[in-house]
Design a protein around this ligand. Structure first.
Ligand SMILES: Cc1cc2nc3c(=O)[nH]c(=O)nc-3n(C[C@H](O)[C@H](O)[C@H](O)COP(=O)(O)OP(=O)(O)OC[C@H]3O[C@@H](n4cnc5c(N)ncnc54)[C@H](O)[C@@H]3O)c2cc1C
Length: 416
């Protein structure tokens, strides 16, 4: 267990007294429920199944190691600044769970509510952000409209004077911020393990067994496992894994890149998002500037991107804050995004009894990790959607009712 005293003692004795955070069990022949995918969503689902619904005969099956997917690759931003009913209440719930997460898990997930500022650069954009801010406040979350002087007070390092796109103001979401992504995975993993969940790594699922419309279990690299309930929680690989159950999902997988510079003294206190180019940035606790932009714009399962998008992101950064031209980029990487046609996710049952889906998180699924696990666990245990996730139905893509197109960009996966 972590306590101030224990951390102090371990610090003095070379940190040699810690034991592994979770067990390494062999898979059992049968479970009440199996979760495919040991990313943030799979782990939080297992945790809330055990904690809220007392289901402990469950396993998370991960093809690589815990944290090897997008949960360890994202730019760590958490926020509840959605506009549309359906999304708004869900992300609001998630932010509230973030606010209590470290106490819940007794794990330092470095949740930092440093504030998210979305910049706008035209009258039309300002009107859209005013509407969004009102929707956030109506949901019970915080939003504050900043004029250019307000933005200058918080972000004096932006280029206000010679800029291609003048800064008209910003929408400040003070409770938004960042959290340490891998600590979130480790915290949920440890919490689930302590409640009796088996976390099974290096265990790729290669088949889903279905008889007469009922799920019976899975085939894995470590042998067959029977299960009464199975959830597919595999983010960028959702299309491939769902195909094992004969499902064709309305999802395209696209690569998204991110970048980090060498460590610098503290200079960027917030998460800042450019409204006229593909660029957003924050500073990690180690000092690196963490930034990214848009998708690479082609479908791919590669976990790395290409140079044209890297150049595009750097250009946008230089336009907004020329000072970052002095920083050296240390690393870049990519992750596979499960893009839906309306940019909103899916948490639903499938037509196969006992088979569930949690996917379509696009590039916003990190902030959703707590609420997604909470809602999927509720659905798996009770058979009824959680009140915050009723809109995330799969059949909206069949009949068009209930689409949640937050960006207003239409039915094109890579535009969301
Ligand atoms: C560069 C980048 C920046 C991002 N920035 C943000 C951000 O700032 N804020 C935000 O909210 N979101 C962000 N995201 C999105 C977010 O990271 C994802 O939406 C979210 O992590 C996806 O859910 P997950 O954690 O469960 O996915 P993952 O961690 O990818 O988990 C899925 C797991 O399933 C496993 N798997 C796949 N196939 C199988 C199989 N057959 N058998 C067993 N296991 C399998 C994979 O190995 C993987 O571990 C970003 C993503 C990227 C790549």
């Amino acid at each position: 267990m972590f306590s101030g005293l224990r951390i102090f003692k371990e610090g003095l004795t070379g940190n040699t007294g810690w034991s592994p955070h979770w067990r390494d069990p062999a898979p059992k022949a049968e479970y009440d429920a199996v979760i495919i995918g040991g990313g943030g969503h799979g782990l939080s689902t297992a945790y809330y199944l055990a904690k809220n619904h007392r289901m402990t005969n469950i396993a998370v099956l991960e093809k690589g190691y815990i944290g090897s997917g997008n949960i360890g690759r994202n730019t760590t931003i958490i926020r509840a600044n959605y506009y549309l009913p359906g999304n708004s209440e869900f992300y609001s719930h998630s932010l509230k769970l973030w606010e209590g997460l470290e106490q819940e898990l007794n794990y330092n997930a470095m949740v930092s509510q440093r504030g998210v500022i979305n910049l706008f650069h035209s009258d039309g954009q300002r009107d859209a952000f005013v509407r969004r801010g009102n929707a956030m406040r109506a949901q019970g979350d915080d939003a504050e409209l900043l004029d250019p002087e307000g933005v200058r007070r918080y972000l004096p390092y932006l280029d206000f004077d010679n800029t291609r796109f003048p800064i008209y103001g910003g929408l400040l979401h003070a409770r938004g911020g960042t959290a340490r992504h891998d600590a979130v995975a480790w915290g949920y993993a440890r919490g689930a393990d302590r409640l009796g969940v088996d976390l099974i790594q290096n265990c790729e699922v290669t088949g889903i067994d279905i008889e007469s419309g009922v799920v019976r279990g899975v085939q894995t690299a470590r042998g067959p496992i029977k299960a009464k309930k199975v959830s597919i929680v595999t983010a960028g690989r959702s299309g491939q894994v769902a195909a094992l159950a004969g499902l064709r999902l309305p999802i395209e997988s696209h690569v998204l890149q991110a970048f980090v510079t060498e460590g610098l003294k503290p200079c960027i206190d917030h998460v800042v998002s450019f409204g006229m180019g593909h660029f957003y940035i924050s500073q990690s606790d180690k000092g690196g500037l963490v930034f990214g932009g848009d998708l690479d714009f082609y479908a791919s399962y590669a976990q790395r991107g290409n140079l044209p998008m890297a150049e595009h992101v750097m250009e946008a950064g230089m336009t907004l804050m020329p000072m970052i031209g002095k920083a050296k980029v240390l690393r870049s990487w990519g992750g596979i995004m499960d893009m839906t046609p309306d940019g909103s996710p899916i948490i639903d049952k499938t037509d196969t009894y006992g088979l569930f889906l949690d996917c379509g998180w696009c590039y916003g699924g990190f902030k959703a990790v707590p609420a997604s696990g909470y809602a999927l666990a509720h659905l798996m245990a009770t058979g009824v959607p959680h009140e915050t996730a009723r809109g995330f139905r799969l059949d909206r893509f069949r009949d068009g009712h209930g689409l949640m197109d937050e960006e207003g960009t239409g039915a094109q996966h890579n535009l969301h």
